[in-house]
Design a binder for this molecule. Structure first.
Ligand code: C5P
Length: 414
């Protein structure tokens, strides 16, 4: 499981335990999450906003009506931005206000406006926690689907001993990591190919393409989030690959084919996202060709097609291919779907300054008789949507794992 690219809105309210939220921010950021801290006015009595700003590398939001920040990202946009809203520590006052559905400050308004899962970790004096009023508020929130992390038992800052302590930041980090995750791909081994390949001309030169590997890495992360075991077989890429995937670095198409075939036996899903070079020099030289040498024609031969090779196997994993196209996306993708005998083809439009790198993009997911358009959105969001789409296609029932293992034993007709 990974927190990479998760957008966490962390609410901090007025409790002595607010200092523990600093460590929680540090752990989340360390794991690659984006954290936006929202402090209640009372929280500022306990910890300075600057501490959170330094740790989260983002300005802390405090006020509902701050025209300047509202212009940059309104509270509604902020509520939509969050993949999860976490309040740690949540004071007794905060619980009561949430239970009432109040919206008279930024944090309570965000909790009403978000559709993301909400987790609260109460922290307060034991008597306040055990008070029937507080318990009724907790009950009401749980009924509405809010996840409440039970306070830890122990000695409190006020001298009393009992329930009311904020659990350790490490524990809270683990709760957030598991949040809202549908681990429908648990037990599945997925191979993702990513990035470009390089086909040598001589020791100094090669043929390649503009692929950065971003989409492939985002897909590996999205599959990991769904509980799959992921092997990421990647060419030279611009970003560090997910640390939770089993990563195999290769250079050429031939190496990518070899490493994929080696592992394809015990794999149930192959997502071929790599922009494999289509041609390679027939006879790469051991010595560097001199610039002064007469310009010669470079003789090329096709590289082995990894996806099509797997498409020919009698027993093969569920196959998802990508088609980078400049025009007629659906038709071209469907032609490749048939030619390579794969289950899904994902077409993305490329062009000058389009389709590669960080920019938002759109995808057309094509099977034998339908097309689904995703985006425009970031590659991370599209990767999650695509993995959801694949998961739903594999089996509408919950027993995706059984289905996949059965699918592995049969030949797909296309
Ligand atoms: O035919 P085209 O290269 O457009 O097909 C793209 C799809 O096929 C991608 O999924 C890519 O990863 C895969 N492919 C491959 N081996 C090749 C060329 C493409 O696996 N040599």
């Amino acid at each position: 499981m990974t927190l990479r690219y998760r957008k966490i809105l962390l609410g901090v309210t007025g409790s002595i335990a607010a200092y523990k939220a600093c460590e929680l921010v540090r752990l989340l950021v360390q794991d690659g999450a984006e954290v936006q801290v929202v402090m209640s006015p009372a929280a500022e009595q306990f910890v300075g906003a600057m501490t959170f700003e330094a740790l989260s590398r983002k300005p802390v939001r405090t006020a509902l009506f701050d025209r300047e920040v509202e212009m940059a990202m309104s509270h509604i946009e902020l509520a939509r931005w969050a993949d999860a809203v976490v309040i740690a520590p949540a004071s007794a006052n905060c619980l009561a206000r949430l239970a009432m559905g109040l919206a008279d400050d930024l944090l309570t308004t965000l909790c009403l406006a978000t559709r993301a899962p909400v987790v609260i970790a109460p922290a307060m004096n034991t008597a306040m926690w055990e008070n029937p009023a507080t318990q009724a508020h907790v009950h009401a929130l749980v009924e509405r689907g809010v996840q409440v992390v039970s306070p830890a038992v122990g000695e409190q800052a006020c001298g009393e001993t009992g329930p009311g302590r904020l659990p350790d930041p490490e524990y809270l980090r683990a709760v957030i990591e598991d949040l809202g995750t549908d681990r429908a791909l648990q037990g599945i081994h997925a191979i993702v190919t990513a990035g470009p390949t390089r086909e040598p001309i001589d020791p100094a030169r090669f043929i390649s393409n503009f692929s950065t590997g971003r989409m492939g890495c985002a897909l590996a992360d999205a599959l990991l989030e769904r509980g799959a075991r992921v092997t990421l077989i990647h060419g030279p890429i611009d970003i560090p690959p997910s640390s939770d995937a089993d990563c195999v670095a290769v250079t050429t198409a031939a190496e990518m084919l070899e490493e994929t075939l080696k592992r394809s036996e015990d794999c149930q899903l192959l997502v071929a996202n790599a922009a494999v070079a289509d041609w390679r020099p027939c006879a790469p030289t051991d010595r560097k060709t001199k610039k002064a040498q007469e310009v010669r024609t470079l003789e090329l031969e096709p590289t082995p097609d990894i996806l099509a090779t797997l498409g020919q196997q009698a027993s093969r994993p569920y196959l998802v291919g990508f088609a980078a196209e400049t025009e007629d996306l659906e038709e071209n993708a469907r032609a490749k779907l048939r030619a390579k005998n794969v289950d899904l083809m994902v077409a993305n439009r490329i062009g000058p300054n389009h389709g590669f790198g960080d920019a938002e993009t759109t995808l057309e997911v094509v099977d034998a008789d339908s097309v689904t358009r995703l985006g425009p959105d970031s590659k991370n969001t599209l990767a999650r949507q695509l993995v959801d789409h694949i998961t739903a296609r594999l089996s509408p029932a919950s027993s995706v794992v059984d289905f996949l293992h059965a699918a592995r034993r049969t030949t797909h007709s296309g």
